[in-house]
Structure formats: C-alpha cells, structure tokens
Design a protein around this ligand. Structure first.
Ligand SMILES: Cc1cc2nc3c(=O)[nH]c(=O)nc-3n(C[C@H](O)[C@H](O)[C@H](O)COP(=O)(O)OP(=O)(O)OC[C@H]3O[C@@H](n4cnc5c(N)ncnc54)[C@H](O)[C@@H]3O)c2cc1C
Length: 505
C-alpha cells in the first residue's frame, strides 16, 4: 500500500473533536480550493482531503450514515449492475460492529465500530424533540430499513476514540505477509505496458522516483480528486484534453474527472443561553480541564463528538417521496458561522449551528488537469447551484430551518439568530445567503463513475474500461452521491471490491 501522507500517529487524529483542527493543516491535508464558483459570487471553496494513512477517514467528521436505500437502486438504473441496496446490504453489514439493537440491517462482527451518540447534549435533545413536534418521525435507526426522520447521529467512535478505516482494517492486517505499507510515497502515474496496468511510479521522501510492479492488479484508491488526476496523468482520460497538455493518450476515457458531485451546505448560527455547548467549555479553563478529565477517565463528553450530533432527513417539496435534505445539529457556533473553518475560531458565547444540504444534488462539476505536472493541483469546478432544482430545495430547507428554530423546546434556547439573521426573509435574500456563505460538506465523488455504457470509466467490477489490471476503489466510482455522509458507502464499495478481487484470482 502506497500512501502520499504520513502515518496517523498524531493524537488529534484519534480524539474525535480533533477533526476540527486537522483538516486545515498542511501536514495531513491536500488543501484543495475550487475554482471561483460562478453561482457563489465568484468565491473559491476550500476542499479538505485527508493526506495521511486512513485517508479522509482519518480526518473526517465521524458521522456514519448510509443514506437512502434507494440511492443504490438508482445506481443500478444508471448501469451499475449488481449494486442495488439488497446486493450491497451484506457488505454494509459485514463492515460494521453496531453497538445498538440487533436487526436484519445491521452488522455485529465487522471491523468498523459504530454507535449512536451516547449522551446527547441538551441542544441535541431539544433539536430531536422539536423535529418530532413538527411531525418528523423519531427514527430509531437511520441506518436501518429507512433513513427518514430525526435521530442522534451514529458515529464511528469507539471507547471515545475515532475508529478510522486505518484502525478498523489496516492495523489488524499489518502482520500479514502480503501487506507492506510505504508512507510519503506520492503516486506520479500508473505504469501501462501492452494494454495492461503493471505497476505505479511514485516519488519517495528523498525526491527520487521508485517503481512498484504489480503481480496481479493495481488498485487505485486515491479519492475523488486524486484518482481522476492520476488516471489523466497516466494517459487515461479525454484524448483531446490530454493531447492539449502533451500527454500521450493510452485510453480515451472521456468521462474521467466528469460527473463531479458534492453536497452543498449552508449554516445557520444561533447565539443561545447556556446549554453545555462546546463554546462554553472552551471559554472556561476549568470546564476545559473537566472536558479533558472526562475524556481521559471515562471517554465521555465533548471530546468524543465529531462534526455533528443529530441528523434530520426531511422532505421539503410538495408530493416528494423521499427526503431531499439532511439537517445536522452542531453543539457549537463559530465566531463567523457564515464561513466556519475550525473550532479554533469558536464564538465566545454559547451557540448552536444547523447545517443543511440537499441530499441528491443535480448540479455537476468536473476535475481537470491544470498541467501535466503532478505538483500542480487539479482544477476543481464544483458548479454548485447551477441546477435550478438545487436552489429550490435549498430555499425550502432554509424555511424549514426557521421553523425548527422557532419551535420549542429548541426555540427556548435561542437568544439570537446570528446567521443569516432575521433580516433575511425573502427567497431572494435567502438565495443571496446561499451564494455568499454556502460551502462543502466534504463529499466530492463520482468522478470515475461506474456503468455499463461506453462512456463509463469503470465497469461494475470497478475495472477501468479498455485496460487490463487496473481497478478504482474509492468515492470516485459512485454513479450518484449517496443521500448522506458518504464514508459508509466508500467502505461498502471497498468490501465488495475485495470480494471481486478474490474471485478474480
Ligand atoms: C473534513 C472532512 C469531513 C468529513 N466528514 C465526514 C463525515 O462526518 N462522515 C462521512 O461519512 N464522510 C465524511 N467525509 C467524507 C469521507 O471521509 C470521504 O468521502 C471518504 O473518506 C473518501 O474516501 P476515499 O477512499 O474515496 O478517499 P480518501 O479517504 O480521501 O483516500 C484517498 C487516499 O489516497 C491518498 N492519495 C491521494 N493521492 C495520492 C497520490 N498521488 N499518491 C499516494 N497517495 C495518494 C490520500 O492521501 C488518501 O490517504 C469528510 C471528509 C472530510 C475531508
């Protein structure tokens, strides 16, 4: 296994609340920026991606949700034969040990440790109760038969620690004779000989090129930005675009880098009365010390929570058959909730945040090469809000956010809506807020979509079409982004890929 980043030894990787410190670092992150986004007033959006063993799974927000079962049935409709929810369910069960009630939907013996937030904070409880008061069902398991409704989140946190893919899968396998992990190896290109991928060329920490040859297959799992980039640098991509950069075309694959999807998120920030928020804790040295002690002695408290504490999956359009939006409740507020980067910039007063996104966006972006040089970051165009349907859903979601904020018991905590603020009332004003503040939920995907048509990049066995010996196994192969946080879908894809690779050998 060749990884560009270092090992995951930094303690903040393993302490759940540390996610907010990590993704702005240079050391553990690729630090991408989108191109100026036309529909976001020309703003460029920061796109973190983990650059460390475990990948983005070592720096992410730890929310563990599969999305809608219908997501995977839609994949099949788009040509991903064999990927219906019924066919994916065994892999979803296999990958997890769920610390909750037994059911036919959940696994009990898998490498990823999953549990619901153990001790919801007052704000989280109020959010759940309020959503129920507004008619949304309390979902006892939103990774079960249906995802609709409100629940405290399930997190990949175990005994107060992040349970990353590196922890669940890689570390237990380190003793195997057929695994060697080399870190700080930057993949430069895939070696192709006679229509077959036979290895990879990397740059080692001393700056020298090294070639690793594969006896059987090369598995590319560099994520939704770097996987298409590496394919294109290796001559697999749109022939004309490669030629324009002086890269010899090995396989004309016009959709490499296309079909980019991401969840576009907007935040509402509230100043609240005291409610055991992270803001109160971080503003008070005694409470901070107690937070540290709680974690050290009992692995409980604020340090064990990731990006958000509860989710509501809601329908907001008349006559819809499936939730279109995911709301997440966050037990803190940043000093500039419009932007929000890290808990290093927490507001000095108690606060809550809602963030919400459209589950299944229609806007499509793309990743293209800026140059043939591996050092140059690719050009990322998210093209958020270019589909009018996305604007419509987000405007309805903003109205629902206001209804939740105005309903007790949640409303009883709120002293002031800081962002967008009550002077934002009309659709036009809300749209202005989306454009000026919206950002990513960090779910770029679909840039090497699988399918059976001529333009699909990989086939349903995840093999790059037109070439022997190369599979892509990461979020880039999804035909559509799942309706929620996407790491469980990535791990399910990897479990299934492992079966396919075994079958092929
Ligand atoms: C800040 C943040 C918060 C998130 N929060 C959540 C969440 O709460 N819940 C959730 O479900 N999802 C979340 N996600 C998304 C989720 O973590 C990712 O979608 C998922 O991990 C993607 O998996 P992947 O295998 O496709 O890519 P990655 O996990 O990004 O793995 C790619 C790996 O390849 C390595 N690599 C890339 N290029 C090269 C190269 N040229 N040479 C060598 N190595 C290379 C990278 O360093 C990395 O280790 C979040 C993501 C981020 C960044």
């Amino acid at each position: 296994m060749l990884e560009a980043g270092p090992w995951d030894h930094n303690p903040w990787i393993h302490i759940p609340v540390g996610f907010a410190r990590l993704y702005v670092t240079q050391k553990f992150d690729w630090n991408y920026q989108t191109e100026p986004e036309a529909e976001l007033n020309g703003r460029s959006v920061y796109w973190p991606r983990g650059k460390v063993v475990g990948g983005s799974g070592s720096v992410n927000g730890l929310v563990f949700l599969r999305g809608s079962p219908r997501d995977y049935d839609r994949w099949v409709q788009l040509g991903a034969r064999g990927w219906s929810y019924d066919e994916c369910l065994p892999a979803f069960r296999k990958l997890e040990t769920f610390h909750g009630p037994d059911s036919e939907w959940r696994g009990k013996e898998g490498p990823m440790q999953i549990a619901e937030v153990p001790a919801p904070t007052p704000g989280c409880r109020a959010f759940v109760e309020t959503c129920m008061k507004l008619g949304f069902p309390r979902n006892a398991d939103n990774n079960g038969d249906w995802f609709e409704g409100v629940s405290p989140n399930q997190l990949n946190v175990y005994k107060g620690m992040r349970w990353s893919p590196a922890m669940g899968y890689l570390r237990p396998a380190l003793g195997r004779p057929n695994l060697k992990v080399e870190t700080e190896r930057l993949g430069l290109r895939i070696l192709i000989e006679g229509g077959r991928a036979v290895g990879v060329v990397v740059r080692n920490p001393e700056g020298r090129e090294e070639t690793y040859r594969a006896r059987r297959e090369v598995i590319l799992s560099a994520g939704a930005i770097e996987s298409p980039k590496l394919l294109m640098l290796s001559g697999i991509g749109d022939g004309a675009a490669l030629q324009a950069l002086g890269i010899e075309t090995k396989i004309h694959a016009p959709e490499v880098g296309k079909n980019l999807q991401d969840h576009f998120m907007v935040r509402f920030g509230f100043r609240t009365r005291p409610a055991d928020t992270l803001n109160e804790t971080m503003a008070n040295p005694l409470r901070m010390a107690k937070m540290g002690l709680d974690w050290a002695l009992s692995r409980r408290g604020h340090m064990t929570i990731g990006a958000s504490e509860a989710s509501l999956f809601a329908r907001v359009l008349p006559g819809s058959e499936e939730p279109e939006v995911q709301f997440q409740f966050v037990n803190f507020m940043l000093d500039n909730p419009r932007q929000g980067v890290s808990t290093a910039q927490l507001a000095k007063h108690p606060g809550f945040t809602f963030n919400f996104c459209q589950c299944r966006p229609d806007s499509r972006g793309e990743v293209t090469l800026r140059s043939p040089r591996v050092e140059d970051k690719p050009r990322i165009e998210a093209r958020y809000l270019t589909a009018p349907s996305d604007i419509r859903v987000m405007l309805e979601a903003a109205k629902l956010a206001r209804r939740i904020a105005a309903t007790a018991p949640f409303a009883d905590y709120i002293q002031e809506e800081i962002a967008p603020g009550l002077n934002t009332q009309t659709d036009e004003e809300f749209l202005g807020y989306l454009r000026s503040s919206g950002t990513t939920v960090y779910h770029p995907s679909c840039t090497n979509r699988m399918g059976t048509d001529d333009r699909a990049v990989v086939d349903p066995e995840l093999r790059v079409r037109g070439l022997e010996g190369l599979r892509v196994v990461d979020a880039s192969v999804f035909p559509l982004v799942p309706s929620s946080n996407i790491q469980p879908a990535v791990l399910m894809t990897a479990e299934r890929a492992a079966e396919m690779i075994r079958r092929a050998t």
